[in-house]
Ligand binder design. Structure first.
Ligand code: SF4
Length: 316
């Protein structure tokens, strides 16, 4: 594809503005307005113009013109397409510890990119505007991510902020190119993905932080509109091939001690060296319970620490 324009992408809410990220200047090559639709992987055409997406366990079946649950894929003319291929809504440099990853390349910075869309619907979402809202974006081709990370001497590239796996095609392309350029690849994800697409992507991923939102099917189903088992499978599969850390946001009123103890036991069964982040919740979006009680949080931290080697309390 020919280069049609040089442009600049700023950090945060000003994608057309000066390209300064944490005080450093960046110039990003973009290709005009970019593809607005990209053929979706893991999708099939059905009869009568319908199509099904099998990227995540929702298996959305949609008629022509209808969006999937994630808001990032739709049936367009009888085929599923990705709407967020290269559509970057946020771009910034973060310490890798902010992902959070505490035991992967500590002390380094990571180039972090987010798009839009999410396949869960947590009422306390901490990133709602890019998960399910509408935000401005600019097209950044996958090769540009690796080029930018290499040029700025950043050792890793993180797909984060929204749920990266609902933009699977761009993440897959950019991750492969980053690996070729010797850049490490990090995913910050809810882990709600089918087995095959995960297996196809894992060879290009060096580290993941995976959210484990609860440890009951009922909470996943009624609160987040997902299910627990696929997330457990993602954690177990990813831990075989790359560095994995797990985050559980301790949302006031959502977990019991018994449930969390079961979660810690299960994680220790996967690998007791697997780092666990217990994060403090603050009211956001549609959830108004007070912030997590710190004394209870510390107690959960102690119970986790009896089972796992590395437990971190976050947002405290
Ligand atoms: S990735 Fe999106 S469109 Fe595909 S099944 Fe999941 S929610 Fe539905």
């Amino acid at each position: 594809m020919p280069v049609t324009a040089y442009d600049k992408v700023g950090s945060g809410g000003d994608p057309g503005g000066p390209a300064f990220i944490n005080g450093r200047k960046y110039v990003i090559l973009v290709y005009g307005s970019g593809d607005t639709m990209h053929e979706a992987m893991y999708a099939e055409a059905m009869e009568n113009g319908a199509a099904v997406c099998r990227l995540c366990p929702h298996h959305c079946m949609r008629k022509d013109g209808k969006l999937g649950l994630c808001g990032a894929r739709m049936n367009h003319g009888g085929q599923f397409v990705s709407l967020n291929y290269g559509r970057v809504t946020s771009l910034g440099m973060d310490p890798v510890e902010k992902k959070p990853l505490r035991r992967f390349m500590p002390g380094t910075m990571t180039l972090s990119a987010g798009s839009f869309g999410c396949n869960l619907a947590c009422p306390y979402c901490q990133n709602h505007s890019i998960a399910h809202g509408s935000v401005e974006s600019r097209y950044v081709p996958p090769q540009e991510m690796a080029r930018l990370a290499a040029k700025q001497d950043v050792p890793s590239l993180s797909f984060t902020y929204n749920e990266p796996l609902v933009g699977y095609e761009w993440v897959y392309d950019a991750a492969r190119m980053a690996k070729e350029a010797g850049i490490k690849v990090i995913l910050v994800t809810n882990g709600y993905v089918e087995r095959k697409p995960l297996a196809q992507l894992l060879p290009y991923v060096d580290a993941m932080n995976i959210d484990l939102k609860a440890f009951t099917e009922e909470t996943y189903r009624t609160v987040c509109r997902g299910s627990l088992e696929p997330v457990k499978r993602t954690i177990a599969e990813a831990a075989k091939t790359c560095h994995v850390e797990v985050t559980c946001l301790l949302v006031t009123g959502m977990h019991t001690e018994e449930e969390l103890t079961e979660m810690f036991d299960w994680l220790a069964g996967v690998d007791r060296e697997l780092p666990l982040h217990l994060s403090r919740y603050f009211p956001r979006h549609r959830y108004e319970e007070p912030p997590t009680d710190l004394v209870w949080m510390e107690r959960m931290g102690r119970i986790a620490g009896e089972r796992l080697s590395y437990v971190y309390l976050g947002n405290v």
